[in-house]
Each structure stands twice: as structure tokens, then as C-alpha cells.
Ligand binder design. Structure first.
Ligand code: ADP
Ligand code: MG
Length: 327
């Protein structure tokens, strides 16, 4: 099967009459028609074998994740997904693999009304780069720079389970089968919080998605906003779903491991966002309307830096900021 047959079979569908794409795969450029007056939100994410996923990962999960991490960036900006391109480097034409990859990708694309409009296909080491296009009304995009002292700091969903799965898959820890199965879902099939991002327009003062770990990523918001924050680490740590399962012979998840996974684990693809305290009811309504749990984990302060405190407000050593890869 040649390059063009491959594209035709796995990555070509006619554009939807009601979508933003006027022209999809097949010509030199795709044509998009965003709604008049809207701004385009654009983001790219690349996934590299060995770096971002294991060679033997389920291709359907990989198709899902490649698009999910990009949709997560649109969510973080409060943008509505319109379309995406797919640049794919493949070692060989493996039809069952391609079919699985495409299935996972199409399912998520359809769930978000996001159309594949073009891309590039070459032979080489397995590498997947997606660029997404979304739209947002002028001045309404959620940016990293808007956090103000006094704002509440929130995260959506759960934290740390993806990292827990990674540690297990790397053979560094052993998890009971049911815990690993759940955690692995979080690692391999993250849920982009698009609906929540849309609901938070006009409510959140800043937002970003969590790809590299809570402490490091929130620091990006703080730097962009010229502020600091205090995070209640006990609340953040409680957001690891695995603690709801029995995780060892003693029935508990190792506390330091849970801390590392939730505070600096990465691959969560949840939203971290800030909002003034006067918006608490609006944040709760946005969470309910989008069917996404949100938890208030801290407060933005004027003094730069990110401080962690325990449940009674006592400072904890912040050893987590530079803990990216547990090295
Ligand atoms: P060009 O040489 O003009 O860049 P190509 O021959 O690489 O175009 O691709 C032909 C068409 O197929 C283009 O419309 C391109 O956007 C599309 N395409 C190529 N690879 C992919 C892919 N992996 N997914 C979707 N569309 C693709
Ligand atoms: Mg090309």
C-alpha cells in the first residue's frame, strides 16, 4: 500500500456540511471558515515513540491520546474545536495498527465535532504530530496571564493516576491489577476537558492544562501572571483516584509516591484555573454544566513562588517543582 492509498483509506473522510472545514484532505491546503469575527486558537503537540508512549501501546489508545492532548490545549484556552491536521511518520505500513489508530482518533474527533482536514505522511521512526484549530470570541480566550492575588486556584478531575500507571509500566512499582487497569486508562486515554473550558469563559481569570505535573504547570500560570500561590497539598494529594482502591498488601498507597504522582506526575490533562472568590457559584455551575468535577486546591497570592501547605496550613517543603521524571 502506497502513501496515497494509505491516506485515502485511513485518513480521508468528506467534510461535514455544517462544519468549519470548507475543503479537507486531498488538495494542497485545507480551507477553514471560522464563524465571522471569531479568533482562531491553534496548538500542536507531538508524540514520539519511546518518549511519550511505549512501542507496544494499543494503537487505538494512541490515536485517542494523540488527539486528546491537543484538544486539551484548546480546552485550556476555552476554545471550541473545529479541525485538526495529522503529520505522521511511520516505520512501515501496518494495516491493523493503522486501523486501530484511526479508530481511536476518529471516535474522539467525532465526539468533539473536530474534523481531520490534512496532514503529512512519511516513512521514519513512529512520530505523531497533530495541530488543532479552534475558535474563541475575541477577548474571551482563557490565558495563563490573568491570575490575580486573592483568586481561588482549582483543578478539574483527578491527579496523579497517569503517573502511577507509568511507574508501574516501567516496572518501578507493582500495582494490584484493578488499580493498574484504572490508572492505565488515565495514562492512555486522557479526557480533554473541552466542555469545562468552554463553560469557564468569562469566569476563570487564567487557565492551563496539566501535562507536566501540577506544581510545575501551575508555576507557569504564576510566572505569566506575576503572582504566587499557596496550594493545600493534602487536598491535591487526595485527588489521586488510586487511593480509592487498595494499593498494597497493607491496603494503602505509599504516601510519598502519591505525593510525587499528584504534585509532579504529569500526563493528567486536567485543567488548572483561577477565578475570583466571587465566582465560586459560577465555577460550581460551570463544573455541573460540563459534568466535570472541580476542586479548589489553593489561593493566588501577591508574593511570587509556589508554597505547599498541609491541611492545617503549615508549610511543607516544596520538593516537587523539579521532580519531573523522578530522577
Ligand atoms: P503535499 O505534497 O502537497 O504536501 P501530500 O501529497 O503530502 O501533499 O498529501 C496529499 C493530501 O493528503 C494533502 O491534502 C494532505 O493534507 C493530506 N494528508 C497527508 N497525510 C495526511 C494524514 N496523515 N492525515 C490526513 N491528511 C493527510
Ligand atoms: Mg506533503
Amino acid at each position: 500500500m502506497g502513501e496515497f492509498d494509505l491516506i485515502a483509506r485511513y485518513f480521508t473522510r468528506s467534510v461535514r456540511p455544517d462544519g468549519a472545514a470548507v475543503l479537507g484532505v486531498g488538495d494542497d491546503c485545507a480551507l477553514l471558515a471560522p464563524a465571522p469575527g471569531m479568533q482562531l486558537a491553534i496548538s500542536s503537540d507531538m508524540l514520539v515513540e519511546g518518549r511519550h508512549f511505549f512501542a507496544d501501546v494499543d494503537p487505538e489508545a494512541l490515536g485517542h491520546k494523540a488527539l486528546a492532548v491537543n484538544l486539551s490545549d484548546l480546552a485550556a484556552c476555552g476554545a471550541r474545536p473545529l479541525a485538526f491536521t495529522l503529520a505522521l511518520s511511520l516505520p512501515r505500513v501496518d494495516e491493523p495498527w493503522l486501523a486501530g489508530f484511526a479508530r481511536g482518533m476518529w471516535r474522539l474527533a467525532d465526539a468533539h465535532g473536530c474534523e481531520l482536514v490534512g496532514g503529512d505522511t512519511t516513512q521514519g521512526p513512529l512520530n505523531i504530530c497533530i495541530t488543532v484549530f479552534g475558535e474563541v470570541p475575541p477577548g474571551r480566550a482563557l490565558l495563563r496571564s490573568g491570575a490575580r492575588p486573592g483568586d481561588d486556584l482549582y483543578v478539574s478531575g483527578t491527579l496523579g493516576d497517569a503517573r502511577l500507571a507509568l511507574e508501574a509500566l516501567l516496572g518501578r512499582i507493582t500495582l494490584p491489577a484493578e488499580v493498574l487497569a484504572h490508572a492505565r486508562q488515565r495514562l492512555e486515554r486522557p479526557t480533554p476537558r473541552v466542555a469545562l473550558g468552554l463553560q469557564l469563559r468569562g469566569i476563570a481569570s487564567s487557565a492551563m492544562d496539566l501535562s507536566d505535573g501540577l506544581v510545575g504547570d501551575v508555576s507557569h500560570i504564576l510566572k505569566a501572571s506575576g503572582a504566587g500561590a499557596v496550594i493545600n497539598a493534602e487536598i491535591a494529594i487526595s485527588l489521586i483516584a488510586a487511593s480509592a482502591y487498595s494499593c498494597s498488601a497493607s491496603g494503602t498507597l505509599d504516601a510519598e509516591l502519591a505525593r510525587r504522582c499528584t504534585l509532579s506526575g504529569g500526563d493528567d490533562y486536567e485543567l488548572a484555573f483561577t477565578a475570583p472568590p466571587g465566582q465560586r457559584a459560577a465555577v460550581a455551575a460551570a463544573a455541573a454544566a460540563s459534568g466535570t468535577a472541580v476542586t479548589r486546591i489553593g489561593t493566588v497570592v501577591a508574593e511570587p513562588g509556589l508554597a505547599l501547605v498541609d491541611g492545617s496550613g503549615q508549610p511543607l517543603a516544596n520538593r516537587y517543582a523539579s521532580f519531573d521524571h523522578f530522577q
